[in-house]
Design a protein around this ligand. Structure first.
Ligand SMILES: [Zn+2]
Length: 105
């Protein structure tokens, strides 16, 4: 636990104690992450899994989402590709640049 330091009694409580700083950040329009540097943001957008131009599993009509089992003791089903591509498991890294990619409706 940290202590809250009371404001100085010699100053009125309305005196500004902080400066307002406006910063420019660069945001990926696909996943909403932001970067301080535009170049870093642009590097990201070029390989963002949510960018349809990168044809990744995350934006593909053929990705079938993981499902839970029908009851707690039953294992669930992992994400699958309805076109039969092998999806990387555990790593969480989707395929990109897939030739079988199709846009979602
Ligand atoms: Zn992104």
């Amino acid at each position: 636990m940290s202590h809250v330091v009371p404001a100085s009694s010699t100053q009125p409580s309305t005196a500004p104690t902080t400066l307002v700083v406006t910063v420019t950040r660069h945001q990926c329009p696909h996943c909403r992450r932001t970067w301080a540097k535009r170049a870093a943001a642009e590097r990201h957008v070029a390989r963002c899994w949510r960018n349809p131009e990168n044809r990744s599993c995350k934006t593909c009509a053929h990705l079938m989402p993981a499902e839970e089992g029908p009851y707690p003791e039953h294992p669930g089903w992992p994400e699958e590709c309805s076109k039969g591509r092998e999806l990387p498991d555990e790593s969480g890294v989707p395929l990109t640049g897939c030739s079988l990619w199709g846009p979602t409706a």
